[in-house]
Design a protein around this ligand. Structure first.
Ligand code: SF4
Length: 209
């Protein structure tokens, strides 16, 4: 059953799923965008997140301060989706936020670019506390649903978690990588430490749809 919502946009983030398989370079699914919002969801005033498609963002170029309404289906498993509502219908931009149309993405907000730009930039890990405190408004800073295939010969054996990453410029003064992500393998005690080596060197762009 769809839930109606209306609220102000607090941040616009790309919605990109990360898929890991032990020591393989991760692959990605470029799904769209998330509007982080504050307002009414159903009958309740609160913060919530709405997953929208690339075309909706291309049309409206959402930004902080926009007043937006629509209806969406609550996600069935919050472990596998950062958005709270998806399959959005009746999406309306009711009022435009104060930011300019051409504001580049950055720590204060700006317009989230096309998903192709995210794909071309690739990402580096980002310390979660830094993401929460410094990068919340930045379209480059993502909390990514991460699917971990524990055993590539039995791909149904999976784990899910969330990882924070930055798709922004390498010289951003807010950037703090934090600790490398550790990826479990199929046997007890097997761990691969992903130190972002290929991506930090600008190589190993393994982005796939
Ligand atoms: S570190 Fe990355 S996510 Fe954070 S503000 Fe800078 S560009 Fe944005």
């Amino acid at each position: 059953m769809k839930v109606s919502f209306e609220g102000k946009v607090l941040a616009v983030k790309a919605r990109i799923r990360l898929i890991r398989s032990f020591d393989q370079i991760p692959t990605h699914q470029y799904q769209g965008y998330i509007l982080v919002m504050k307002g009414r969801a159903g009958e309740v005033e609160r913060d919530f997140r709405v997953a929208i498609g690339p075309k909706a963002h291309e049309k409206h170029q959402f930004r902080i301060g926009d007043l937006v309404s629509g209806k969406g289906v609550p996600v069935s498993d919050p472990n596998t989706e950062w958005g709270e509502f998806y399959k959005i219908s009746g999406l309306k931009l009711l009022e435009r936020g104060s930011g300019p149309d051409n504001a580049p993405p950055g720590p204060e907000g700006g317009i989230a670019p096309a998903l192709e730009v995210y794909r071309a930039n690739s990402h580096r890990r980002l310390d979660r506390q830094t993401w929460e405190k410094q990068c919340f408004a930045c379209p480059w800073g993502l909390d990514m649903v991460t699917e971990i295939i524990i055993d590539q010969w039995n791909s149904w054996k999976k784990k899910w978690r969330f990882e924070t990453h930055c798709y922004g410029p390498k010289d951003c003064p807010k950037y703090n990588p934090g600790k490398p992500y550790r990826v479990p393998g199929r046997a007890a005690g097997m761990v691969y430490v992903d130190d972002d080596v290929e991506r930090a060197a600008g190589q190993g762009d393994s982005e796939h749809d």
